[in-house]
Design a protein around this ligand. Structure first.
Ligand code: 6GU
Length: 226
Protein backbone atom coordinates (compact mmCIF):
# COMPACT_ATOMS: atom_id res chain seq x y z
CA UNK A 1 0.00 0.00 0.00
CA UNK A 2 1.69 3.17 -1.20
CA UNK A 3 1.20 6.64 -2.64
CA UNK A 4 4.17 5.96 -4.97
CA UNK A 5 3.35 2.76 -6.85
CA UNK A 6 5.81 3.51 -9.72
CA UNK A 7 8.66 3.54 -7.23
CA UNK A 8 7.85 0.01 -6.05
CA UNK A 9 7.17 -1.22 -9.60
CA UNK A 10 10.52 0.04 -10.89
CA UNK A 11 12.43 -1.30 -7.93
CA UNK A 12 10.93 -4.77 -7.90
CA UNK A 13 10.76 -5.66 -11.58
CA UNK A 14 14.49 -6.03 -12.17
CA UNK A 15 17.15 -8.64 -11.48
CA UNK A 16 16.49 -11.63 -9.25
CA UNK A 17 13.19 -10.37 -7.85
CA UNK A 18 11.89 -9.47 -11.30
CA UNK A 19 12.68 -13.00 -12.46
CA UNK A 20 11.00 -14.48 -9.36
CA UNK A 21 7.84 -12.50 -10.08
CA UNK A 22 7.93 -13.53 -13.77
CA UNK A 23 8.31 -17.19 -12.83
CA UNK A 24 5.51 -17.02 -10.25
CA UNK A 25 7.76 -17.96 -7.30
CA UNK A 26 6.46 -14.81 -5.59
CA UNK A 27 3.60 -12.43 -6.34
CA UNK A 28 3.65 -8.68 -5.88
CA UNK A 29 0.52 -6.57 -5.98
CA UNK A 30 0.97 -2.82 -5.67
CA UNK A 31 -2.01 -0.82 -4.41
CA UNK A 32 -2.18 2.93 -4.84
CA UNK A 33 -3.75 4.36 -1.69
CA UNK A 34 -4.86 7.42 -3.68
CA UNK A 35 -7.31 5.24 -5.62
CA UNK A 36 -9.27 4.68 -2.39
CA UNK A 37 -10.12 8.30 -1.62
CA UNK A 38 -13.79 9.30 -1.71
CA UNK A 39 -13.27 13.01 -2.48
CA UNK A 40 -13.10 14.22 -6.06
CA UNK A 41 -9.73 15.94 -5.65
CA UNK A 42 -8.14 12.59 -4.66
CA UNK A 43 -6.75 14.24 -1.54
CA UNK A 44 -5.01 11.78 0.81
CA UNK A 45 -3.52 14.04 3.48
CA UNK A 46 -4.51 16.89 5.77
CA UNK A 47 -3.13 19.23 8.45
CA UNK A 48 -2.23 17.68 11.83
CA UNK A 49 -4.66 18.32 14.70
CA UNK A 50 -2.82 20.34 17.33
CA UNK A 51 -0.71 22.05 14.69
CA UNK A 52 2.87 21.50 13.63
CA UNK A 53 4.81 21.06 10.44
CA UNK A 54 3.84 18.83 7.53
CA UNK A 55 0.80 16.83 6.56
CA UNK A 56 -0.69 13.61 7.92
CA UNK A 57 -2.07 10.83 5.72
CA UNK A 58 -5.80 10.40 6.29
CA UNK A 59 -7.21 7.22 7.80
CA UNK A 60 -10.03 6.73 5.31
CA UNK A 61 -8.18 5.90 2.06
CA UNK A 62 -5.71 3.72 3.97
CA UNK A 63 -8.52 1.77 5.61
CA UNK A 64 -10.52 1.38 2.39
CA UNK A 65 -7.40 0.19 0.56
CA UNK A 66 -6.74 -2.37 3.32
CA UNK A 67 -10.35 -3.65 3.25
CA UNK A 68 -10.16 -4.06 -0.52
CA UNK A 69 -6.94 -6.08 -0.27
CA UNK A 70 -8.34 -8.38 2.45
CA UNK A 71 -11.51 -8.89 0.48
CA UNK A 72 -9.61 -9.78 -2.71
CA UNK A 73 -7.16 -12.02 -0.86
CA UNK A 74 -9.91 -13.78 1.10
CA UNK A 75 -7.81 -13.61 4.27
CA UNK A 76 -6.50 -11.17 6.87
CA UNK A 77 -2.72 -10.88 6.29
CA UNK A 78 -0.18 -9.39 8.68
CA UNK A 79 0.22 -5.67 8.08
CA UNK A 80 3.77 -4.33 8.37
CA UNK A 81 3.97 -0.56 8.84
CA UNK A 82 7.38 0.79 7.88
CA UNK A 83 8.49 3.33 10.47
CA UNK A 84 11.69 4.38 12.25
CA UNK A 85 9.67 3.75 15.44
CA UNK A 86 9.47 0.03 14.65
CA UNK A 87 11.44 -3.03 15.71
CA UNK A 88 14.77 -3.05 13.82
CA UNK A 89 14.69 -5.56 10.95
CA UNK A 90 17.06 -8.53 11.37
CA UNK A 91 17.65 -11.85 9.62
CA UNK A 92 15.66 -13.77 12.29
CA UNK A 93 12.63 -11.67 11.32
CA UNK A 94 13.33 -12.34 7.63
CA UNK A 95 13.11 -16.09 8.30
CA UNK A 96 9.83 -15.63 10.17
CA UNK A 97 8.21 -13.47 7.46
CA UNK A 98 9.33 -15.91 4.76
CA UNK A 99 6.88 -18.46 6.22
CA UNK A 100 3.85 -16.17 5.69
CA UNK A 101 1.58 -16.79 2.72
CA UNK A 102 0.67 -13.09 2.40
CA UNK A 103 2.06 -9.86 3.86
CA UNK A 104 0.78 -6.31 3.45
CA UNK A 105 3.42 -3.55 3.58
CA UNK A 106 1.97 -0.16 4.47
CA UNK A 107 4.18 2.72 3.30
CA UNK A 108 3.71 6.10 4.95
CA UNK A 109 4.86 9.50 3.78
CA UNK A 110 4.77 13.09 5.01
CA UNK A 111 4.63 13.26 8.81
CA UNK A 112 3.01 9.83 9.05
CA UNK A 113 -0.47 8.29 9.05
CA UNK A 114 -3.48 9.02 11.30
CA UNK A 115 -2.84 6.90 14.41
CA UNK A 116 -6.40 5.51 14.46
CA UNK A 117 -6.07 3.50 11.28
CA UNK A 118 -2.67 2.21 12.42
CA UNK A 119 -4.27 0.98 15.67
CA UNK A 120 -6.99 -0.69 13.61
CA UNK A 121 -4.93 -2.57 10.99
CA UNK A 122 -1.19 -2.70 11.78
CA UNK A 123 0.17 -5.92 13.29
CA UNK A 124 3.93 -5.21 13.00
CA UNK A 125 5.91 -1.95 13.26
CA UNK A 126 9.26 -2.38 11.51
CA UNK A 127 12.28 -0.08 10.99
CA UNK A 128 15.25 -0.94 8.76
CA UNK A 129 17.78 0.92 10.89
CA UNK A 130 18.48 3.98 12.99
CA UNK A 131 18.29 6.78 10.43
CA UNK A 132 15.36 8.68 8.93
CA UNK A 133 14.09 8.18 5.37
CA UNK A 134 11.47 10.17 3.46
CA UNK A 135 8.99 7.32 3.19
CA UNK A 136 8.31 3.63 3.70
CA UNK A 137 8.82 2.54 0.07
CA UNK A 138 12.57 1.86 0.21
CA UNK A 139 12.25 0.03 3.55
CA UNK A 140 9.38 -2.07 2.13
CA UNK A 141 11.54 -2.99 -0.86
CA UNK A 142 14.43 -3.85 1.43
CA UNK A 143 12.16 -6.18 3.42
CA UNK A 144 10.62 -7.75 0.31
CA UNK A 145 14.08 -8.43 -1.14
CA UNK A 146 15.35 -10.05 2.05
CA UNK A 147 12.19 -12.15 2.49
CA UNK A 148 11.78 -13.20 -1.15
CA UNK A 149 15.27 -14.68 -1.37
CA UNK A 150 14.28 -17.25 1.28
CA UNK A 151 11.19 -18.33 -0.68
CA UNK A 152 11.72 -21.64 -2.53
CA UNK A 153 12.26 -21.09 -6.26
CA UNK A 154 13.49 -17.49 -5.98
CA UNK A 155 17.23 -18.20 -5.89
CA UNK A 156 18.93 -20.73 -8.17
CA UNK A 157 21.30 -23.32 -6.69
CA UNK A 158 24.29 -21.10 -7.45
CA UNK A 159 22.68 -18.16 -5.70
CA UNK A 160 21.67 -20.41 -2.82
CA UNK A 161 20.89 -18.93 0.54
CA UNK A 162 22.45 -21.23 3.13
CA UNK A 163 26.21 -20.49 3.29
CA UNK A 164 26.21 -16.72 3.43
CA UNK A 165 26.43 -13.96 6.01
CA UNK A 166 24.07 -14.37 8.97
CA UNK A 167 22.96 -17.91 8.14
CA UNK A 168 24.92 -19.04 11.21
CA UNK A 169 25.28 -15.60 12.77
CA UNK A 170 28.71 -14.84 11.23
CA UNK A 171 29.80 -12.63 8.33
CA UNK A 172 30.85 -14.28 5.09
CA UNK A 173 34.48 -15.24 4.40
CA UNK A 174 36.42 -13.41 1.63
CA UNK A 175 36.06 -14.56 -2.00
CA UNK A 176 38.64 -14.64 -4.81
CA UNK A 177 38.57 -15.35 -8.52
CA UNK A 178 41.17 -15.41 -11.32
CA UNK A 179 43.91 -14.34 -11.81
CA UNK A 180 45.94 -15.97 -8.99
CA UNK A 181 47.89 -12.72 -8.52
CA UNK A 182 46.83 -9.10 -9.10
CA UNK A 183 47.79 -5.71 -7.61
CA UNK A 184 50.75 -7.49 -6.04
CA UNK A 185 48.36 -9.68 -4.02
CA UNK A 186 48.12 -13.46 -4.19
CA UNK A 187 45.07 -15.67 -3.64
CA UNK A 188 45.51 -17.46 -0.27
CA UNK A 189 47.40 -20.70 -0.96
CA UNK A 190 44.86 -22.99 0.72
CA UNK A 191 42.16 -22.05 -1.83
CA UNK A 192 44.37 -23.40 -4.65
CA UNK A 193 45.21 -26.60 -2.77
CA UNK A 194 42.07 -28.57 -3.61
CA UNK A 195 42.00 -29.77 0.03
CA UNK A 196 38.31 -29.34 0.81
CA UNK A 197 38.53 -29.87 4.57
CA UNK A 198 41.34 -27.31 4.92
CA UNK A 199 39.39 -24.85 2.76
CA UNK A 200 36.30 -25.29 4.93
CA UNK A 201 38.32 -24.68 8.11
CA UNK A 202 40.10 -21.64 6.65
CA UNK A 203 36.81 -20.08 5.60
CA UNK A 204 35.28 -20.71 9.02
CA UNK A 205 38.29 -19.02 10.70
CA UNK A 206 38.05 -16.07 8.30
CA UNK A 207 34.33 -15.70 9.08
CA UNK A 208 34.99 -15.66 12.81
CA UNK A 209 37.94 -13.23 12.56
CA UNK A 210 36.09 -10.90 10.21
CA UNK A 211 32.98 -10.84 12.42
CA UNK A 212 35.09 -10.10 15.50
CA UNK A 213 36.82 -7.18 13.72
CA UNK A 214 33.95 -5.66 11.78
CA UNK A 215 30.88 -6.50 13.88
CA UNK A 216 31.90 -7.08 17.50
CA UNK A 217 28.19 -6.92 18.44
CA UNK A 218 27.35 -9.89 16.19
CA UNK A 219 30.47 -11.73 17.36
CA UNK A 220 29.37 -11.53 21.00
CA UNK A 221 25.91 -12.85 20.09
CA UNK A 222 27.48 -15.70 18.13
CA UNK A 223 29.76 -16.61 21.05
CA UNK A 224 26.87 -16.53 23.52
CA UNK A 225 24.85 -18.90 21.35
CA UNK A 226 27.86 -21.27 21.12
CL1 6GU B 1 10.81 1.77 7.98
N1 6GU B 1 10.74 4.35 7.47
C1 6GU B 1 11.31 5.58 7.43
N2 6GU B 1 10.59 6.61 6.97
N3 6GU B 1 12.54 5.82 7.82
C2 6GU B 1 13.23 4.78 8.27
C3 6GU B 1 12.71 3.48 8.33
C4 6GU B 1 11.45 3.31 7.92
N4 6GU B 1 13.65 2.66 8.82
C5 6GU B 1 14.70 3.43 9.05
N5 6GU B 1 14.46 4.69 8.73
Amino acid sequence: MTLFPEMIGQGMNTSILGRAIQSGAIELEIRNIREYTLNKHLKVDDYPYGGGAGMVMEAEPVYRCYESICSDAGCVPRVVYLTPQGRVFRQEMVREYAMEENIIFLCGHYEGIDERVLEEIVTDYVSIGDYVLTGGELPAMVMMDAIARLVPGVLSNEESADTESFSDGLLEYPQYTRPPEILGRKVPEVLLSGHHENIRKWRQEQSIQRTQERRPDLYEMWREEG
